[in-house]
Ligand binder design. Structure first.
Ligand code: SAH
Ligand code: DHB
Ligand code: MG
Length: 220
């Protein structure tokens, strides 16, 4: 489901509220030139990530699913000069493009990209419990339950976990689905609703990326 006006309004928001941004424009151009899928967060959503991170004063950030690093750059900007983003990416081509984009953004020092399957990387890196202020989950949806388990372990009290793509044009309602990505999306709700230590909500979104949503969970 989508509506031409959703795109128009996203363009309107971008024109009115998001200053011309050569870095992010170059990132999208580089991603397209390299044939990456255009499934980055939208500009308005990227700004939301920056604002959330700044609001909380988050410094230590984990991202699962880098693609070309559009969202990573938004997170790193929010984290400020003292902040650091660890981002995990499975696809070597995506990782290579992302590294170039981080250099273009002048943010290499603030971002560490690890290449590999996120669950293997998390196991291998074994980050200490509560070592992150903010976690953004945006990789293969089938593994969302595992990513949330990790995020709960790794996020400090008062920290925030955000998970992208939790509405999927309404497909999340299909309890009979055989699609592993939708099952994984439904798992997010089960994991959040069963967690005593999380206060959670979902914001539905429409726009240039269609109809979807962000889960946002505060760690108590
Ligand atoms: N966060 C990005 C978009 C990420 S798209 C942005 O908004 O700009 C999802 C990414 O997750 C893709 O690049 C895909 O290659 C990666 N991915 C898929 N499975 C993965 C896995 N098991 N481990 C790590 N990354 C994975
Ligand atoms: C897809 C993945 C995403 O992370 C996203 O934001 C939009 C679409 C996808 O795999 O189709
Ligand atoms: Mg996404």
């Amino acid at each position: 489901m989508s509506d031409a006006r959703w795109h128009e309004i996203d363009s309107f928001i971008q024109t009115k509220l998001l200053n011309p941004d050569d870095v992010l424009a170059d990132v999208l151009a580089a991603n397209e030139a390299a044939g990456l899928p255009s499934i980055d967060v939208s500009p308005a959503q990227g700004r939301l990530l920056t604002i959330l991170v700044r609001m909380m004063g988050a410094r230590r950030i984990l991202e699962i699913g880098t693609l070309g690093g559009y969202s990573t750059i938004c997170l790193a900007r929010g984290a400020g000069a003292e902040g650091h983003v660890v981002t995990l990416e499975y696809n070597p081509q995506h990782a290579a493009v992302a590294r170039r984009n981080f250099a273009r953004a002048g943010l290499e020092d603030r971002i560490t990209l690890h290449e590999g399957a996120a669950l293997d990387l998390l196991e291998g890196l074994a980050p200490p419990p509560a070592s992150f202020d903010f976690v953004f989950i945006d990789a293969d949806k089938a593994n969302n339950r595992h990513y949330l388990d990790w995020a709960r372990k790794l996020t400090r009290r008062g920290g925030v976990i955000v998970c992208d793509n939790v509405v999927r044009a309404g497909k999340v309602l299909d309890a009979q689905t055989a699609d592993p990505a939708i099952i994984g999306t439904r798992d997010v709700y089960d994991a959040l609703s069963g967690a005593q230590d999380l206060t959670s909500t979902v914001i539905q979104t429409v726009g240039s990326k269609g109809w979807d949503g962000f889960a946002i969970a505060l760690v108590e």
